[in-house]
Design a protein around this ligand. Sequence first.
Ligand SMILES: Cc1cc2nc3c(=O)[nH]c(=O)nc-3n(C[C@H](O)[C@H](O)[C@H](O)COP(=O)(O)O)c2cc1C
Length: 192
Amino acid sequence: MELKEAIRNRRSIGKVKQDPVDKALIEEILEAGTWAPNHCHTEPWRFWVMTGEGRGLLGKGYAEVAASEADPALTEEELAVLKGAQIKKAFRAPVVIAVAVTPSAQAVVPEIEEYAAAHAAVHNMILTAHALGLGSIWRTGAPTYHPKMKEVFGLGAKEELVGFVYLGYPDMAPPSKATRTPFEQKTLWVSE
Ligand SMILES: Cc1cc2nc3c(=O)[nH]c(=O)nc-3n(C[C@H](O)[C@H](O)[C@H](O)COP(=O)(O)O)c2cc1C
């Protein structure tokens, strides 16, 4: 697929089939992530590929975040229902890739740039998924940055998750009404 076409036509696909995705395709997506620009070659990212029951890792994260924020008056049964619903969220796609930023230990690069690189890696990944005929969506939400989620993924003090890429074969048509504000409204041309 041509790059311009991939950029223009990629849409977030939130509903995908549970059909497995070939490991070779997942590896192509991961490799695309690693080709993102990154200042001083710090390559500030880590990936977790969760498939099958492995998605329970993210499920555990969602559940522990929800439990830690839940009303303490909940009964054990209510808490179990709440946690069950959270765990299910991680199973919305056959493959979920968690991406974390791992800011360089030597602080050669400002942290904001390490985040920029990790975000660029995610974009490379979702574009590549699209080019491979897969649907994907970059998901975050408050639980992504919660200390309990960090604990579940065993992140270091400076590390943060930057998103979860949910991947699979599309089970929905791409939204027909994707729009963007014309760049003219966001751009100032400066020529002298
Ligand atoms: C950092 C980031 C976080 C996002 N988190 C979510 C999310 O938690 N849930 C969701 O449905 N979409 C999420 N998205 C996807 C956006 O909703 C989506 O990109 C936007 O609606 C534009 O649609 P498009 O991707 O089809 O162009 C996220 C996108 C970015 C860049």
